[in-house]
Design a protein around this ligand. Structure first.
Ligand code: NDP
Ligand code: BG6
Length: 487
């Protein structure tokens, strides 16, 4: 049970959309139930449809049932605390929304704390933020918080424009930019792993680490989202945000305290220190028809809504360097793709081999395998550290073995990322949200690559991306560490 939640109204603009239905309403409901705060949270859905409160309550109930929450006490929260306000697309009246919020606050005797979650199509963000500001909804008798969904802009210029609009009406301390990867329990666990275990921190540097790989693999294809994906591609959709955020947490210096701004300041420094990425160090791929888990799946070019000659990459592999005192010279390899063999988010830290091999006769060439730390962020969250032991027998042969820890064996189910993030919004903790200078730094890094559209290498769905030879050339002749252990 948390005690930090003030009584508030949680307003979802785009309250009838896919995100609201699949993620926001179920997460909100779970956190209300688990923290016993039903009396502190009133939901107002806003969208253009002509619905009344009852119709929206029925819609929200179905969303909860679809999320498998039917056995919880849905009725009372939905009946008492869920409301709906229409906001037409043609003539949106934010003044009307403000009057509705004030009426709800009067009815529920709320002190004027308000969270505005923009679950809207990205092109609508500036209009919605301006609408809120013009209607005076950027201020309230209590706190006011603005939540913006990814993507924050489609390039440096549009991201800056969006941040300008935001800052015209809202102070940065009111703004919560979502990158849902930061809400994943295991992504946050990177901080405790690094900064609560000095044993690892003392070897977390160029003196001991040979390379770091970050993989975000999905078995899903583009699904029904081609309209968006055709103008985004894997670099904008995954690398600029999720992978870069993971990289920042892996490479950052210890913050002076566990404070939102201290942590975010250290993350920005990492992103700003990344050397310009060379085009020859990037491999783009696009999936062709193949099989995943025994089921045939179409190629990207045959997905609904994809242009027949599209060059949009569904796979990116790249090498970059974080030019800091700690990391100078250590290559970081990032890869992400759709229709890879399985869903897997993993960080592989490969440590340096011993400077001298004293075990003559071991595997003829006397090569000692490096220690590799695999941090799996999803789906089987945990850590694995490989280390060398002497294999039993008369000759001195080395064998690589694993020390493993699985989160689910110990802790069971994790909260959904959105549940964590929404709770942070209503508790006012910005640690897991992206600050405007982080967004800017990230776009400054990737913006110069946005006009690079080589013909992507094709890869068969269900494989680990473009042929190893092609990708390894760009990636320094290196095979991916995770592959052997994850295939
Ligand atoms: P949907 O298209 O499913 O829903 C959009 C919502 O916005 C609807 O409630 C719609 O209501 C409302 N809306 C208001 N004005 C407009 C307008 N001018 N044009 C279209 N819709 C409008 O989108 P999602 O819920 O999928 O996505 C919402 C946001 O969340 C986007 O920014 C997306 O990038 C982001 N996101 C979504 C994820 C997901 O899993 N769905 C994952 C990560 C991010 P009405 O139709 O009544 O107007
Ligand atoms: C979203 C991307 O941000 O993250 C999607 O837009 C991607 O393309 C999704 O599928 C992956 O999220 P998760 O939580 O399933 O790893």
């Amino acid at each position: 049970m948390t005690t930090k939640v003030d009584r508030h109204v949680f307003v979802i603009f785009g309250g009838t959309g896919d995100l609201a239905r699949r993620k926001l309403i179920p997460s909100l409901y779970r956190l209300i139930t688990e923290n016993d705060i039903a009396d502190r949270c009133v939901l107002l859905g806003v969208a253009s449809g002509d619905l009344d409160d009852d119709a929206y309550r029925a819609w929200a109930r179905r969303a909860l049932e679809d999320a498998g929450l039917e056995d919880l006490d849905l009725e009372s929260w939905c009946d008492d605390n869920v409301h709906y306000q229409q906001l037409t697309r043609e003539a949106p009246s934010y003044d009307e929304v403000r009057r509705r919020i004030e009426a709800i606050e009067a009815d529920h005797e709320l002190p004027g704390n308000r969270a505005f979650y923009l679950a809207l199509p990205p092109p609508v963000f500036p209009t919605a933020i301006t609408g809120l500001g013009d209607a005076g909804l950027n201020e309230s008798p209590g706190w006011t918080r603005l939540v913006i969904e990814k993507p924050i802009g489609t390039d440096l210029e549009s991201a800056r424009k969006l941040n300008e609009v935001v800052h015209e009406f809202f102070d940065e301390s009111q703004v919560y930019r979502i990158d849902h990867y930061l809400g994943k329990e295991t992504v946050q666990n990177l901080l405790s792993f690094r900064f609560a275990n000095p044993m690892f921190e003392s070897v977390w540097n160029r003196d001991r680490v040979e390379s770091i790989e970050i993989t975000v693999a999905e078995d899903l294809g583009v699904g029904t989202r081609a309209g968006y994906y055709e103008s985004a591609g894997a670099l904008r959709d995954m690398v600029q945000n999720h992978l870069t955020q993971i990289l920042a947490l892996v490479a950052m210096e210890p913050p002076i305290s566990f404070d939102a701004d201290q942590i975010r300041t250290e993350k920005v420094k990492v992103i700003e220190a990344i050397a310009p990425i060379r085009r020859e160090n990037i491999v783009y791929g696009q999936y062709e028809a193949g099989e995943i888990d025994g089921t045939a799946v179409p190629g990207y070019l045959h997905e609904d809504g994809v242009a027949p000659e599209s060059r949009i990459p569904t796979f990116v592999g790249l090498k970059l360097e974080v030019d800091t005192w700690r990391w100078r010279g250590v290559p970081f390899y990032l890869r992400t793709g759709k229709r890879l063999p399985k869903r897997l988010t993993q960080i592989a830290v490969t440590f340096q081999r011993p400077p001298l091999c004293i075990f003559h006769g071991h595997r003829d060439s006397c090569v000692v395998d490096p220690n590799v730390l695999l941090i799996t962020l999803q789906p089987d969250e945990g850590f694995t550290l490989s280390f060398n032991v002497k294999a039993p027998g008369e000759t001195f042969a080395l064998d690589s073995q694993l020390l493993s820890f699985s989160h689910s064996d110990v802790y069971g189910r994790f909260p959904d990322a959105y549940q964590t993030l929404i709770l942070d919004v209503i508790e006012g903790d910005q640690t897991l949200f992206v600050r405007s200078d982080e967004v800017d730094a990230s776009w400054r890094l990737y913006d110069p690559l946005l006009d690079y559209h080589p013909e992507p290498y094709r890869y068969e769905a269900g494989t680990w991306g473009p042929a190893t030879l092609d990708s390894s050339l760009a990636l320094g002749g290196k095979a991916w560490t995770g592959d052997d252990s994850i295939e």
